[in-house]
Ligand binder design. Structure first.
Ligand SMILES: Nc1ncnc2c1ncn2[C@@H]1O[C@H](COP(=O)(O)OP(=O)(O)OP(=O)(O)O)[C@@H](O)[C@H]1O
Ligand SMILES: [Mg+2]
Length: 237
């Protein structure tokens, strides 16, 4: 199944330039930024009926735009003056520190393996986008075991005292259990589905796996690219 995906990815990387991904912050008047604000509005509608302080982003498979969508959504919430934190909980293939050129030596994995380190000491502020980042830290050998601990619950509780909104970037759902584990710890889950990359059966499988742990799936973002890096994001409940 993943062979098909790899083939599509190869074709895509040949045909596409890859400009900076923080499009909502770089071009706030663009159509893409407007679509991120639409996603924000939809999330805010869900907030009316339920307390949504912690939200995770995942997808059925790799390379669907989880980190891109997560950070851009963070940016449009930060624009409203909210205290926003992005947590790189993808401790297998971390990318948030790379996007913002941050040091990734200390982060979530460090916090989870050290009782002495304070959360503030692991968090970095990104001035350009007005939100904070908790990088993944050094890649640990056992990410899913680390996430499935009381220490992780404690960290989330501490972060909730300090931020209005905490967005978690997770690995794909179908291949590893990390996102399923975290889905039981957060208030809501958003599934990113990338045009021409996601396989329908895998998307169904991902939804099944989320339902199995009674995840509160808020909706999905359809991430479709065209030549001019135009997204066609839609959000549904
Ligand atoms: N709509 C889009 N149009 C063009 N490029 C995109 C689009 N969405 C994401 N990308 C690019 O595709 C690549 C993969 O995106 P991203 O890293 O956000 O995916 P991911 O799901 O987090 O991947 P991984 O599974 O490796 O964590 C990045 O280079 C990103 O800039
Ligand atoms: Mg990613």
């Amino acid at each position: 199944m993943f062979d098909k995906r790899r083939k599509k990815l190869k074709q895509m990387s040949r045909s596409q330039k890859n400009p900076s991904s923080m499009i909502a912050a770089i071009s706030p008047n663009s159509r893409v930024a407007e679509q991120f604000r639409t996603i924000r509005t939809n999330i805010q509608f869900s907030m009316v009926t339920k307390n949504l302080q912690t939200i995770l982003f995942s997808s059925s498979g790799p390379y669907e735009g989880k980190s891109t969508i997560c950070t851009n959504v963070a940016s449009v919430f930060a624009d409203q003056g909210k205290r926003v934190l992005v947590v790189d909980a993808d401790m297998r293939l971390p990318s948030i520190a790379k996007i913002f050129h941050l040091n990734n030596k200390v982060g979530l994995s460090t916090l989870m393996t050290s009782q002495h380190l304070k959360v503030e000491e692991a968090i970095q502020h990104v001035e350009a986008v007005h939100f904070d980042v908790l990088p993944s830290g050094i890649v640990p050998p056992n990410p899913s075991e680390l996430l499935d601990t009381e220490r992780m619950d404690e960290i989330i509780d501490e972060l909730k005292q300090q931020y209005d909104l905490i967005l978690f970037d997770l690995p794909p759902i179908v291949s590893v259990t990390d996102a399923q584990i975290m889905a039981t710890k957060v208030d809501g889950v958003i599934l990113v589905i990338r045009k021409d990359i996601a396989e329908v059966e895998e998307v169904y499988k991902a939804k099944e796996l989320l339902d199995l742990v009674n995840a509160n799936v808020l909706g999905a973002v359809f991430n479709g690219e065209t030549n001019n890096y135009d997204y066609s994001n839609s959000y549904y409940r």
